[in-house]
Design a protein around this ligand. Structure first.
Ligand code: GRF
Length: 210
């Protein structure tokens, strides 16, 4: 059994219902999981992801201002000695400088089989609509490393599901989200297990260039 000081400290950052945040928090309850959810960052108060923080007793920071978003996010990550940042439905673009500072330790989940149906403007229900319009036979979810090229970072995992005749965008979204809730925690666990910290140094908070 790992105690919290041996686990990688992750922050979940989002702007929505927080179903992925909930799945990540729930998975982190396991004895041998390699991460602890040490911070939730929301871009708004009163939304689902904020409820997840209070349900799991995780510190929550509201970074509401568009103008100072990166500065506020960086300060929160530093304050909570965060090692890995997990985007989950974030409706803001993280700046090039912040992404560079995190040195590859920022992951995202996207509701399609990237590189298909990714990029600017491809989020939420729009993705599933595009999948239907393109007549795809399969769709799914992708976990990838965040880089400054939108949805183009190294793919860590993908899982497919069939598109059924008569599927609607809402049905697809529901089916893909069920996949997201399984793969995101598993991939994060593996990713964190593979990091060199904190077991060797017991020092948290990546030496980021903030
Ligand atoms: C998910 O579909 C995820 O793939 C995308 O944003 C959505 C977030 O949903 N990046 P939730 O807030 O986790 O329910």
């Amino acid at each position: 059994m790992l105690d919290n000081s041996q686990r990688v400290r992750v922050a979940i950052v989002g702007s929505g219902g927080g179903t992925n945040a909930r799945a990540l928090c729930q998975y982190a309850q396991g004895d041998s999981v390699h991460y602890v959810v040490a911070l939730i960052v929301s871009t708004k108060p009163g939304i689902g992801i904020v409820d997840v923080a209070s349900d799991y007793g995780v510190p929550c920071c509201i970074c509401g201002s568009k103008e100072t978003f990166d500065k506020d996010l960086e300060a929160a990550l530093r304050e909570h000695s965060i090692d890995v940042v997990l985007l989950a439905g974030l409706m803001r673009q993280v700046s090039r400088d912040t992404i560079a500072a995190v040195k590859g330790n920022m992951l995202n989940i996207h509701p399609s089989l990237l590189p298909k149906h990714g990029g600017t403007g491809m989020y939420g229900i729009r993705v599933h609509r595009a999948v239907l319009e393109a007549g795809e036979k399969t769709t799914g979810a992708t976990v990838h490393v965040v880089t400054d090229e939108y949805d183009q970072g190294r793919i860590l995992a993908q899982q497919e599901t069939d598109v059924h005749p008569g599927d609607t965008d809402a049905l697809l979204q529901e089916r893909v989200k069920a996949i997201e809730h399984v793969i995101y925690p598993q991939v994060v666990d593996k990713f964190c297990a593979s990091l060199d910290l904190p077991s060797k140094t017991l020092e948290h908070g990546v030496k980021w260039a903030f």
